[in-house]
Unconditional design. Structure first.
Length: 232
């Protein structure tokens, strides 16, 4: 809520500046990345360790660890493209026990705790929301697709409509709203921890190069059986 309120009421021009500070995740951090990370650290350090895309691992000698991407979709945010958010996975030892991914542009938080159902929360009204009642999907999402034209061609040749949205955690966490979500490239824990836990009830394929999530069993098996075609 503090981060959401900052975006709504306290943004400054200098927040959009790059710091030329390379974060733990390997990206040049925006000032807003650091601001959001510091908000998380301030509020969460008394409850657990912090493992964040910007600062790396902060060991507070706690049983729990918060795996954080302070600003998922930084380039979207920078470009005023309304698809960006923030992501927090909670681990107890090596076990992930909860995931929270907020779309800061729409003000909708999706989360899952333990083995409970996925829930939605409106940051504007501060009330729980009903889940999306439309179970049909017309498009897939291929995050980082711009780096893999060969895979894009395979999808196009198979007449699969897809979009490249630019915020990995948001797309993976909301995979049940799409035909499928495919993410290829460097699999960073900050992008995946919370989102994969939220989507754990779906069909998931993961290897060292990519993640594929779908609510459709047939499409999941088709992808597994034909995965070699995607790397031709």
């Amino acid at each position: 809520m503090e981060i959401f309120e900052y975006i709504r009421n306290n943004l400054k021009k200098e927040d959009y500046l790059y710091t030329n500070q390379i974060g733990f995740g390997g990206d040049n951090s925006l000032k807003i990345d650091i601001i959001f990370e510091n908000i998380f650290i301030k509020n969460l350090k008394k409850f657990g360790n912090i493992f964040s895309e910007e600062c790396g691992f902060l060991d507070f000698q706690k049983e729990f660890t918060f795996v954080i991407d302070p600003l998922d979709g930084s380039n979207n945010f920078f470009s005023n493209l309304p698809y960006y958010g923030t992501s927090v996975g909670i681990k107890k030892g090596e076990e992930t026990i909860a995931g929270f991914v907020a779309n800061l542009a729409s003000g909708v938080l999706i989360y899952k705790i333990f083995n409970e159902d996925i829930k939605y929360f409106c940051l504007n009204s501060k009330k729980e929301l009903k889940q999306n009642l439309n179970s049909n999907s017309k498009v897939a999402v291929f995050e980082r697709g711009y780096k893999y034209p060969n895979i894009c061609k395979v999808l196009n040749d198979k007449n699969i409509k897809f979009r490249i949205l630019g915020a990995t955690a948001l797309s993976l966490a909301n995979a049940k709203d799409y035909d499928f979500v495919l993410f290829a490239g460097d699999l960073r824990v900050f992008d995946l921890e919370a989102a994969l836990f939220i989507s754990s009830g779906l069909y998931i394929y993961k290897d060292e190069n990519l993640v594929f999530i779908s609510k459709y069993k047939d499409k999941f098996h088709y992808f597994k059986e034909n995965i070699k075609d995607f790397w031709v």
